[in-house]
Structures are given as C-alpha cells and as structure tokens.
Design a protein around this ligand. Structure first.
Ligand SMILES: Nc1nc2c(ncn2[C@@H]2O[C@H](COP(=O)(O)OP(=O)(O)OP(=O)(O)O)[C@@H](O)[C@H]2O)c(=O)[nH]1
Ligand SMILES: [Mg+2]
Length: 232
C-alpha cells in the first residue's frame, strides 16, 4: 500500500505494467516518457538484454506537489514478460498499488494473454496483495492484422470488472488513457484504504490534473477514465 513519509510530507504510489512477453509494456513507458517535458522529467531506467527484452524491469518516476504541500510520487514499473522471469515479476509486483495489464490484441496471442493474467493473479496472491488493488486492461497492437474486434473488446469490458482500453502503443495511442484510467482507479482504492484525498491531501482531481499536465493531455472526463463499454 502507498508508502507514506510523514516527516518529509511525501507519499509514493507504485503502478506496475504487467503482461505477456512483447505485448508492449516497455513501449507504454517510453511513450509516457516522450510526452513529458524534457527539462523536468525523470529518467526512464531500463534494464534489458541486447534484444531489447526486459530483463529485470523498467522504472519511470513522476512527481508533483499538491496544494496541501504534500509531494506525490508515482513510480511506474514494468515486469519482464518472458515466462522464465517469474521470480523477478513477483519481486517487482511487491507493494504495488495498481496494475495495468497490457494484453496483445492479436488473436494468436490469446492463450499467452490468458496465461499471463492467471500468472498475475497467482503472484498477487502469493505476495498477499490486497484483493482490491485495481487492474485495468489495455488491448495493445490495434494496428496489427488479425486482431480481436472492437466488439469483442467491448464484450470483454462489459463482462469483467476491469476497465478496458484499446491502444496502439507504438504510435502513442491509448497510452495516456490507460495510464490515467489506472491512476483514477488506484486513487479510488487508496482513498478507501488510507484516505489518500481526505487524510493525506491528494484529491483525485488534483492527481489527475497534475498527471495529465505532465503528459500534455487534457484532463479526461470521468467516463473516459472507465475505458470501453462503460459509457466511454
Ligand atoms: N505493431 C505494433 N507493435 C508494437 C506496439 N507496441 C509495441 N510494439 C512492438 O512490440 C515489440 C515489443 O514491445 P516491448 O514494449 O518491448 O514489449 P514488452 O512487453 O516490454 O516485452 P518484454 O519486456 O519482453 O516483456 C517491440 O518491437 C515494439 O516496438 C503496437 O502498438 N503495434
Ligand atoms: Mg519490456
């Protein structure tokens, strides 16, 4: 659960991008980083192999100061999607407050998506993460041929409790929407659990406005934060 540092008036929220190998987790963080002001943004830390496969994780830190004087840090992590790196995935997941599950829209990847989602659930359980930690789902690679249809995604969105966002991360499409949807869902959970707004001075509108500004996008309307099929 979010780390609170009362002495320094700081709160840190950890968000993790999870999903099967090559689904576009690292690409999402790269596109968020690219959108940020080069003079003010933090470094995107990447630990990968020479084939650009994530070996440990990527980390992108964001931060802003709220009107109440509390500094809010938002740390974005990716996990390595390759099956063999499960121990690393479990470690990266520790202490997370919200998860963006990056699925690959290609029909041939359906099994890999499902296995990775089951792996996420198992690792959350093993890490004893709170069951109310929100998950949002991104269906990435909408530009590819032979992908699951828009109607299918809407059905998935209507069926499950997780918000669903379509994306073409390589073009930056759907990347801010997914991130802000995750931030909103995470705020709701943290308000309920620790009073992020009411006790710690980080109101939801301030969080979303600050993050939107850093990405250079307009603050989304409430229904846009819910993705497909839920009024969006
Ligand atoms: N066509 C297409 N390719 C994409 C898209 N997003 C990412 N890719 C490509 O997919 C490949 C894998 O992307 P990464 O972001 O490295 O995937 P990852 O999920 O971090 O992979 P691991 O670190 O191995 O788990 C790269 O070649 C990306 O350029 C997309 O929206 N469309
Ligand atoms: Mg990666």
């Amino acid at each position: 659960m979010a780390q609170v540092d009362f002495q320094h008036r700081e709160i840190a929220i950890k968000l993790v991008y999870y999903g099967p190998a090559l689904s576009g987790k690292t690409t999402n963080l790269q596109k968020i980083h690219e959108r940020m002001d080069p003079k003010r943004r933090g470094r995107l830390l990447t630990l990968d192999t020479k084939e650009d496969r994530t070996l440990y994780f990527d980390l992108l830190p964001l931060a802003f100061k709220s009107a109440s004087g509390v500094t809010c840090k938002v740390k974005l992590f990716t996990v390595p999607g390759q099956v063999m790196h499960n121990t690393t995935r479990k470690v990266v997941l520790q202490g997370c407050d919200g998860v963006a599950f990056i699925a690959d829209s290609q029909i041939v990847e359906t099994k890999n998506n499902n296995e990775s989602f089951a792996n996420l659930k198992a690792n959350m359980k093993e890490n004893r993460l709170d069951e109310e930690i929100p998950i949002v789902i991104q269906f990435n690679k909408r530009d590819m041929p032979k992908v699951r249809t828009d109607d299918e995604l809407k059905r998935i969105a209507a069926r499950g409790k997780e918000p669903v966002f379509p994306a073409t991360a390589i073009e930056g499409k759907g990347v801010p929407e997914t991130f802000l949807g995750l931030a909103a869902a995470t705020w709701e959970m943290l308000e309920k659990k620790i009073g992020l707004g009411s006790k710690h001075g980080i109101p939801k509108t301030e969080l979303l406005t600050a993050l939107s500004k850093q990405l250079g996008v307009e603050t989304p309307r409430p229904e846009q934060l819910l993705g497909l099929g839920k009024g969006g």
